[in-house]
Design a protein around this ligand. Sequence first.
Ligand code: UDX
Ligand code: ADP
Length: 465
Amino acid sequence: MKKEIKNICCIGAGYVGGPTMAVIALKNPHIKVNIVDINEQRIQDWNDTDLDKLPIYEPGLSEVVEHTRGRNLFFSTDVEQGIRDADMIFISVNTPTKTYGKGKGQAADLKYIELCARQIASIAQRDKIVVEKSTLPVRTAEALSDILSNSESGFNFEILSNPEFLAEGTAIDDLLSPDRVLIGGDNTESGQIAKDTLSSIYEAWVPKERVLQTNVWSSELSKLTANAFLAQRISSINAMSALCEKTEADVDEIARAIGMDSRIGPKFLKSSVGFGGSCFQKDVLNLVYIAKSYGLDEVAEYWDQVIKLNDYQKRRFADRIIKESYNTVSGKKIAFFGWAFKKDTNDTRESAAIYVADHLLDEDAEIVIYDPKVTEERVYADLEYLNNHSSEYIRSRVKIVNNPFNAVGDAHAIAVLTEWDEFKDYNWEKIYSKVLKPANIFDGRNILDKQELNTLGFNVYNIGK
Ligand code: UDX
Ligand code: ADP
């Protein structure tokens, strides 16, 4: 049995809420989907008639928004109205790592989630299904349920966990053909109705056998586990890259060789300057915190090593630039190609580039950055957020340019931090003529044609080769 859903509200118009709701609206034209957010600028950008101004860059997103916006997809700052009208509410607000108090640096900060729950409890005028979409520590649903069931409204709130597995840069494809959709809920009669109701929304386009139902806790923990396993694979191959650099082995050849073992599989074995993004580090740290809080110290240490290795990889890359620059980068210009944490996104959260730049700034380097999608203010905000250098110092040492050729004039080195496809097709002969000699390239993504660059005269330093 399932309930009829005519109106959905999603609280939080970010990287998760925006694309997910746009696709739900696309595939369920009979459901009105309201995305609400307290950030006025963000909502204004989502409503901009110029689709290039959408607050998030994702291939295919603007087409979906163009098709649905004003039809059955709406963006608004009126959170209360959104909650009141909805049969089903998705909570898709941010859950950053705590920067204060208990669990600082590890636990997820749930204050935004709690605020939402309290707001729903005080505004709702009838029963609702509440879906947690943000990545959350296990047993958050319990906290949500506590707040909602203790409200004086007397209405029934059914809590579901529906973690998002989309990856940025491929969000629309991931949403249109997901490997699976996971829906966790109570094993009560009303819990089952809620799970079936949400399942039916996805089954408008996802094959039934890919929609999995579990209990709430399994669903919440599956999300953390999936991200921890993926992050662990990258740290594992990056650990091997350090060993490859000391031997004659080539990490890409190793990845290919082990990836052909069907038990291992070929994906997520690309060695790099280190993983970034809003999820991996946050979720693994969260897992570490949860394990510790249950007294499972060995489990906590095991996963913590994934983060330590990632930090080591970023540091190693920066150190190599310094070492190959005759042990000093002071006053030297280092050109960065890429700032986003991966290609095809303007998201920079936890990007390896931030940490590499910060380390080079410790050594008094000058950095000139070109990224096809990241804005100047974003770069400065990322560096200032680390609180290691004053804003004046950062702004005097770091420049952002909107053309790659403007970044490389008189550069002592070029560092590739993001795997944007366009970097491969540049006129590298022209770039060679502009940089200082010896011309050094540090390819943190192993995407450039080393042989061709060597022929032009560049020294190319790769990861794991
Ligand atoms: C990740 C998960 O993939 C997704 O399922 C979850 O919902 C959110 O977190 P995302 O962070 O958007 O998605 O991107 P992902 O493609 O997983 O890449 C994360 C980081 O790992 C990037 O910095 C990427 O460059 C790096 N990476 C990825 C590697 O260094 N090597 C690889 O082989 C794969
Ligand atoms: P994610 O990657 O998880 O989507 P984002 O930071 O991109 O995270 O988006 C989360 C959004 O949630 C932000 O736009 C933020 O303004 C919004 N938000 C946070 N708290 C609330 C709240 N109480 N009510 C409405 N929107 C909120």
